[in-house]
Design a protein around this ligand. Structure first.
Ligand code: SF4
Ligand code: F3S
Ligand code: FES
Length: 253
């Protein structure tokens, strides 16, 4: 890394960083067999305040247009650019280069436990299939209301944390049980269920709890906490999972 230490006031220091990317082309390249994964290094000049996403854009736009990754909002809202950066799941649009020890190569890999489609893009379908399982929508019976469904601030607070989920999959793909078990719904599906189980307006709690009491559900969790550490929204994922376990054993929520 070269830092321009004497940058004039108002100017941002620049870095020369090495980005080491795990790549895979399902069709192969002149030098690689189809589906073979390999590491490739790129050298990028960047501002200290740039994010990994900026560096990936520079590589794609100036060096190798075939580099493939997902992103949309670029501001930590859409959840589409979760990647394994320096061995930790993060959003590329929120990971600042200066915070990643840029004197050494910064490694970027696809999130683990889902099939790689190309380079940093994984097949999210198994992840969304688990999310659909837990019925992520308000379940009510009776006539449609003629006014809003009221809720006290205290009742709203019970599930405030889990409403913040952006479906990025950083939690689920950081979970060792999800990597090895092959059946576990994963922490995000439980977060998604928690958001409705603890909503006083919802009437589908017991259906969701029954789904999560299944062999693919909450009892697979071994309290590894990787999910909580990985969540870019700061959601207390492990706590939400323990609250669902308690609801199953006490019947209280
Ligand atoms: Fe992403 Fe956090 Fe939602 Fe998991 S709980 S999908 S890490 S926002
Ligand atoms: Fe996995 Fe999180 Fe439980 S990492 S084992 S879901 S606490
Ligand atoms: Fe939307 Fe990063 S691009 S969260």
């Amino acid at each position: 890394m070269t830092v321009t230490e004497d940058a004039p006031v108002g100017e941002i220091a620049t870095l020369n960083v090495t980005i080491r990317i795990k790549r895979m082309n399902p069709e192969g390249t002149p030098a690689r067999a189809p589906g073979e994964s390999y590491w490739e290094e790129f050298h990028v000049e960047a501002h200290a305040t740039d994010r990994v996403l900026d560096a990936l854009h520079t590589i794609k736009w100036q060096e190798d247009g075939s580099l493939t990754f997902r992103r949309s909002c670029a501001h930590g809202v859409c959840g589409s650019d979760a990647m394994r950066i320096n061995a930790k799941n993060r959003l590329a649009c929120k990971a600042l280069l200066k915070d990643l020890n840029p004197s050494r190569p910064i490694t970027v890999e696809p999130i683990a436990g889902l099939p790689v489609v190309k380079d940093l893009v994984v097949d999210m379908e198994p992840f969304f299939a688990s999310y659909r399982e837990i019925m992520p929508f308000l379940v009510t019976t009776g006539h449609a209301p003629t006014r809003e469904r009221l809720q006290s601030p205290e009742d709203r607070a019970k599930f405030d944390d889990t409403t913040k989920c952006i479906l990025c999959a950083a939690c689920t793909t950081a979970c060792p049980v999800f990597w090895t078990d092959g059946q576990y719904f994963g922490p995000q599906a439980i977060v998604g269920a928690h958001r409705f189980i603890f909503d006083s307006r919802d009437e589908g709690q017991w259906d969701r709890l029954e789904i999560l009491n299944d062999k693919a559900g909450v009892w697979k969790c071994r309290t590894a906490f990787n999910c909580t550490e990985a969540c870019p929204r700061g959601i207390e994922v492990t706590k939400a999972i323990s609250e669902v376990k308690r609801a199953l054993t006490t019947g209280e929520f």
